[in-house]
Design a protein around this ligand. Structure first.
Ligand code: GLU
Length: 459
């Protein structure tokens, strides 16, 4: 008779071999999709113990199905610029997994958008959406279009052309896009206008993040940033720490960053820096969020313009330098892979106590390893920034019942959702003997619900 530990050992080897095999398949199918492979690899890493305990997942080939999107749509987006010249971009929508609800996820307009980027975001979205506790599947889309420097009319024509094709694949019970980098209220307005014209129907619930006058939800704009801080607050409290009087660095200056700063400041934190893709500002007196909002409202302005109103602040023209500022809490809220090993070590040397990902996959696996091996509190994106999509699902609920909730009602629900996500991550990590590891906790809690549902639905 093999002893129990010996048996566990062989079980572990079997599972690890299986997870390696899954990664091999994904690599073979998608050899050039760097970011997608990175996201899958990091995710598989969390699953060993859940597969040892639940052989059913292997028996049902759940992972083979999960790593393959249900549908990948790419399309041409032709549009005419202000000089009358025809331009062409590539549009994407990845409908990754619909086990627990219709596809849900944002659209990103940025020159870096590729199949790999959209697939990594769509893959993460499956588990993020599952963590919210709401019935939404995972999807993502966008285009390699650069909104920077474009006129309003160019943005409008681009959005109209993009939606002319996308409209064929979406619907309030099929796939519900929203914003992401480069897609805010203005773009969503143009996208919605075109969807309405093409479909001939007023389906408010086909997009979320809409303007308040046509079905948008109070609290949606703030939700990703506020939700990030609600999560961080829970995590710090559990470790007998607090945001009050702590020094916080927040990268980015978009929607997530602005409202993370606003909420952190309201809880007593001193937020000293934020950034854009050109550089970062350091304001010892504390960042004035209203100024950042004003700068960002002028679409062509860069964060450097903050200095016009705050002469004491300093500007540095290398955005990754922001991580050399000593802080207690670091919130990467800009974009993927902004913190690698070097930046992580810099934060560590400067005494960082907690790192939480407001952006999607802003820390590389090497960076996460640095934090975890030095017992720095670390909170992963799919849990931390889930407040945005959670509020989107609340917007969908309001659209379906044709009502509008107050800001306080939405914000109270958001707080509850973020608390639950935190508790579920902690619990899942504990249940699988990884106490304190929120990366594993989030992955397991997100995964099991989707996997169990897939089994219930059959092949
Ligand atoms: N783009 C956001 C995210 O990464 C929001 C998606 C949504 O609201 O559907 O979760």
């Amino acid at each position: 008779m093999p002893t129990k530990t010996k048996k566990n050992h062989t079980e572990q080897e079997k599972v690890e071999k299986y997870l390696d095999y899954i990664l091999t398949i994904v690599k073979r199918r998608n050899p050039h999709e760097k970011e997608f492979l990175q996201a899958v690899k990091m995710f598989l890493h969390s699953l060993t113990s859940v597969f040892i305990k639940n052989p059913k997942y292997m028996e049902h080939n759940i992972l083979e199905r999960m790593v393959e999107p249900e549908r990948v749509i790419t399309f041409q987006v032709p549009w005419v610029d202000d000089h009358g010249k025809m331009q062409v971009n590539r549009g994407y929508r990845v409908q990754f997994n619909s086990a627990i609800g219709p596809y849900k996820g944002g659209l990103r307009f940025h020159p870096s958008v590729s199949t790999s980027i959209v697939k990594f975001l769509g893959f993460e979205q499956i588990f993020k959406n599952s963590l919210t506790g709401q019935p939404i599947g995972g999807g993502k889309g966008g285009a390699d279009f650069n909104p920077k420097g474009k006129s309003n009319n160019e943005i409008m024509r681009f959005c109209q052309s993009f939606m002319t094709e996308l409209a064929k694949y979406i619907g309030p019970d099929i796939d519900i896009p929203a914003g992401d980098i480069g897609v805010g209220k203005r773009e969503l307005g143009y996208l919605f206008g075109q969807y309405k014209r093409i479909s001939g129907q007023y389906h408010a619930g086909v997009l979320t993040g809409k303007g308040l006058s046509y079905g948008g939800s109070l609290g949606r704009t703030e939700a990703t940033g506020y939700g990030t801080i609600y999560f961080v607050d829970e995590m710090l409290k559990d470790a007998d720490l607090s945001l009050e009087d702590s020094t916080v660095v927040v990268s980015g200056s978009g929607n997530v960053s602005i409202y993370a700063m606003e909420k952190a400041i309201s809880l007593g934190a001193n937020v000293v820096a934020c950034s854009d893709s050109d550089g970062y500002i350091y304001d010892e007196n504390g960042i004035n969020v209203e100024t950042v909002k004003k700068v960002k409202e002028q679409n062509s302005d860069r964060i450097h313009a903050y200095l016009k109103e705050h002469q004491d602040a300093k500007y540095f023209s290398d955005c990754s330098g922001i991580w050399s500022i000593p802080c207690d809490v670091a919130l990467p809220c800009a974009t993927q892979n902004e913190i690698d090993r070097v930046e992580a070590n810099q934060l560590l040397v400067n005494g960082v106590k907690a790192v939480a990902e407001g952006a999607n996959m802003p820390c590389t696996s090497e960076a996460i390893r640095v934090f975890q091996t030095h017992d720095i509190l670390f909170a992963p994106a799919k849990a931390v920034n889930a407040g945005g999509v959670a509020a989107s699902a609340l917007e969908m609920a309001q659209n379906s019942s044709r009502i509008s909730w107050s800001f306080e009602e939405v914000d109270t629900m958001l707080q509850e959702i973020m608390k639950n996500i935190y508790t579920n991550c902690v619990q899942a990590a504990e249940n699988y003997n990884h106490s304190g590891n929120l990366v594993i906790g989030a992955d397991i809690a997100g995964f099991t619900k989707v996997a169990d549902t897939m089994i219930e639905h059959g092949a």
